[in-house]
Design a protein around this ligand. Structure first.
Ligand code: BGC
Length: 773
């Protein structure tokens, strides 16, 4: 754990330059606009340790799979969102001596990410080895008002140097991914063009043939006046630049403005790409830095208006939650259903930028509650579009008749994961995708999603479950063998409670949806029945049999469901008894030792208790929480959020708060020593969930909004905002509890078990209580 980020309500601040933390800060200060994003690399040359990262959403390379022992059914490749051309580069030379913070003496270094406006600012004073001293203030942003635009304003003041300033403003396409399986470079150059102050570079990805074109235009000002310094374009392989030479006198202030436009063949025909980028760049330049920034800031202000969470009385907590919300909003803008949310967003290479069950399980609720409905819907449509691939994926494993297995990791619907115990066995993910449909319809009330989209996905997944179980004469029940639950510290087990539960729940829900579609959309239903060769009677009869006769491992002495068959054969020792020096166990123990231990990586049985809360009473939840949480090591970033919510549901306010803190500042404080790889963006969805469900006690049952708020002792107040079925509500808990309805729609709401009506534009104020449900 580190503690070097200054606490501030709206900013992420690093004071002082610590080269050892550079990779961590590069992740923390990342900026993005849903389409393109980048780590907080320096503009000028830096020879110290750094992970350079510029990413374009949806632009990937299928890196050939590398495994020790090939198993039939493995995917051919692992898709990776590529490190794309670096457009921010500004090489600065003073009388030929290069500015490089790894070589200079750096003072007054401050890096600030303003979360209100997504502006990244860096200030420093550098004394170069020869004694030349300069001050720099660098600002940059990637516009969310126009997804194709970015801009840099780099101000440099000479303190003591008089001589020649050389500047090279470039786009470098000769870059690589650190995690390339065969150490290949993934890009080839297709086109380039330069003028005196413009440079364009078009690149193509190998194998996938995505075309990406970047264009930059650089302006130079000396002491406020634009200058036409001696300038020359420069081209090399995969490299374009504009170089400038000008005399500098001590005290002079130089301002470099660099405008960037980018687009890809996802949105523009390849042969029109460069012309399109040229036109975009011209537009950006005509607006100028300040106007572009204003439009961008206004858009951010609008996003915050519906998504902000306020915490009063605890700046660290305030910064933590805003940082999570900010990163989620930067990562996914929801305007293209081909895109999704990688576990690291645009902040690093780990996990390849591809989609996991994390999106459905942890991120969807944030977008449902804080953004226009279409944005959450697009996350569901992403999977709907991949249905045929999911059917192919299941067929590869031997399933038939339209059974669908969604991949563990994917970008285009094809499976990319290649460890058999996860690829073939961690199939609870299929349940998460089905659950997301329910969750979306339950929250938004948008039942229109079901007939044209939801039903088909549910049918494919149900068909998979029906074939994945088998009848056991011995148990006189259906069983599901050889699976891995969410707890990846245990593989290839039989009858994982959570997976069996997801299967049974999906079958039941699919039958409900069938009844609904049949009744409300009979014509479409008969079309779909034909399209999918659906034998309603035969298939649902089998499903009902499974629902009624599924085996769930249970210990009657403790009155708990077991994570899997035989779980109690393990030696049960609380995680609190582990030597702290051996934690996290995944970094200190052999895999063999982990597999045989009782330790649980993240919510597994408790994931079901989280999702199916209405099926279990308080006492049952308490028993399960008390058995499983003490042996859970929370070594997945997705763990503590679920445990915070469950702890709150059973009235363990302190435990809930402790768990919440672990998730809220996970990256800011580098809890798991891995922020340098990138931020835990999907877990940030979990943090949001943990906030609104732990402290707000938010729930939706039968179309009814329920709230059960409690205020942690160390906070003075908190407030969050949600969209709910056309209404926009601000929920505040302080010395009293208050809901303000910022919409023209009346809403019913149940607070602490009592029903209230909230009039259009009305307010509800209640005396504070802290009651457990
Ligand atoms: C977790 C998975 C998760 C993946 C990507 C793993 O460590 O165990 O549940 O899907 O990370 O975030």
């Amino acid at each position: 754990m580190k503690n070097y980020i200054t606490h501030s309500e709206w900013q992420v601040v690093e004071e002082g330059f610590v080269p050892n933390y550079n990779r961590i800060s590069e992740s923390l200060f990342s900026i993005a606009n849903g389409h393109t994003g980048q780590r907080a690399n320096f503009e000028e040359n830096y020879s110290g340790d750094s992970l350079q990262g510029n990413y374009m959403a949806g632009v990937y390379y299928p890196d050939k799979t590398r495994v020790g022992w090939w198993k039939n059914g493995y995917p051919e490749y692992f898709a990776k969102i590529l490190n794309a051309a670096n457009w921010i580069g500004l090489r600065i030379r003073l009388d030929g001596e290069e500015l490089d913070l790894a070589k200079a003496d750096v003072a007054d270094f401050v890096r600030v990410l303003d979360m209100r406006t997504a502006l990244l600012t860096r200030k420093f004073t550098a004394t170069m080895p020869s004694g030349k001293k300069i001050e720099v203030v660098a600002e940059r942003f990637l516009s969310i008002a126009d997804k194709e635009i970015g801009a840099i304003r780099y101000r440099l003041k000479s303190i003591n140097f008089t001589g020649a300033l050389g500047l090279c403003s470039y786009i470098d396409g000769d870059i690589r991914n650190e995690d390339s399986n065969y150490d290949e470079k993934f890009w080839t150059e297709t086109d380039k063009f330069t003028t005196e102050n413009q440079a364009f570079l078009c690149m193509e990805t190998k194998k996938t043939s995505f075309f990406v074109c970047h264009g930059v235009q650089t302006h130079l000002y000396v002491n406020g006046a634009m200058v036409n310094a001696a300038r020359h374009p420069y081209q090399d392989e995969k490299f374009v630049a504009n170089t400038f030479e000008l005399p500098l006198v001590a005290g002079d202030e130089i301002c470099i403005e660099k405008y960037m436009a980018v687009n890809s063949s996802l949105y523009q025909p390849q042969d029109e790409l460069m012309d399109h980028v040229k036109a975009k760049l011209a537009e950006a330049v005509a607006s100028g830095f300040d106007k572009l920034f204003e439009a961008h800031s206004q858009k951010w202000a609008k996003r915050w208006q519906t998504a902000d969470i306020m915490v009063q009385g605890d700046v660290a907590a305030q910064q933590g939650i805003r940082f999570n919300i900010f990163q989620l909003m930067q990562t996914y803008s929801g305007d293209d259903e081909r895109l999704n949310i990688g576990p690291k967003g645009f902040t690093g290479e780990k996990y390849g930028g591809v989609t996991y069950w994390d999106t459905e399980a942890y991120c969807l609720p944030f977008f449902m509650a804080t953004a226009p409905q279409l944005i959450a819907k697009n996350l569901l449509l992403y999977r709907h579009k991949h249905l045929l691939k999911a059917i192919e994926n299941a067929a590869k494993l031997g399933f038939t008749g339209g059974a669908a297995l969604y991949p563990m990791v994917t970008i285009n619907g094809e499976e990319c994961h290649n460890e058999w115990e996860i690829t073939f066995e961690e199939i609870h993910r299929n349940g998460a995708i089905a659950y997301a449909i329910y969750n979306y319809v339950n929250y938004t009330g948008d039942r229109d999603y079901l007939a044209p989209y939801g039903f088909e996905v549910l049918l494919g997944i149900s068909r998979f479950w029906a074939q994945r179980v088998n009848w056991s004469d011995d148990k006189n029940a259906y069983v599901m063998l050889g699976v891995t639950g969410p707890n990846e510290y245990e593989n290839n087990v039989n009858n994982n409670f959570h997976t069996n539960r997801m299967a049974v729940w999906t079958l039941k829900y699919t039958m409900e949806v069938i009844d609904f579609v049949k009744k409300e959309h009979p014509y479409l239903f008969s079309e779909l029945t034909r399209k999918w060769a659906f034998n309603e009677q035969g298939e649902t009869e089998q499903w009902r049999d499974i629902v009624e006769n599924m085996h769930f491992p249970y210990d009657s002495k403790r009155e708990i469901f077991l994570q899997q068959d035989g779980f109690l054969d393990k030696e049960i020792i609380p995680a609190a008894d582990l030597d702290p020096a051996e934690r996290p166990i995944h970094q200190n123990w052999s895999w063999d030792r982990i597999l045989r231990s009782c330790y649980i990586k993240q919510a597994d049985t408790l994931q079901s208790f989280y999702w199916f809360r209405h099926d279990f009473d308080q006492e049952t939840l308490r028993r399960h929480f008390d058995f499983y949480e003490p042996i859970t090591v929370h070594e997945s970033s997705l763990s503590s959020c679920i445990h915070a919510i469950l702890a709150a549901r059973i009235g363990r306010e302190e435990k809930a708060y402790e768990m919440y803190l672990r998730t809220a500042r996970l990256d800011l404080d580098d809890y798991n020593n891995d922020t340098e790889d990138g931020l835990h963006v999907t877990s940030m969805g979990g943090t949001w969930l943990a906030f609104v469900e732990t402290f707000g006690g938010l729930d939706v049952k039968d179309g009814q909004l329920l709230l059960n708020p409690f205020l942690p002792k160390s906070w003075e107040a908190f407030a969050f905002r949600i969209n709910f079925r056309g209404a926009h509500l601000e929920i505040r808990m302080g010395s009293e509890f208050k809901i303000t309805n910022h919409s023209e729609l009346a809403v019913d709401v149940v607070v602490w078990g009592e029903q209230h009506q909230l009039k259009e534009n009305g307010e509800l104020v209640l005396a504070k209580k802290s009651v457990v449900q």
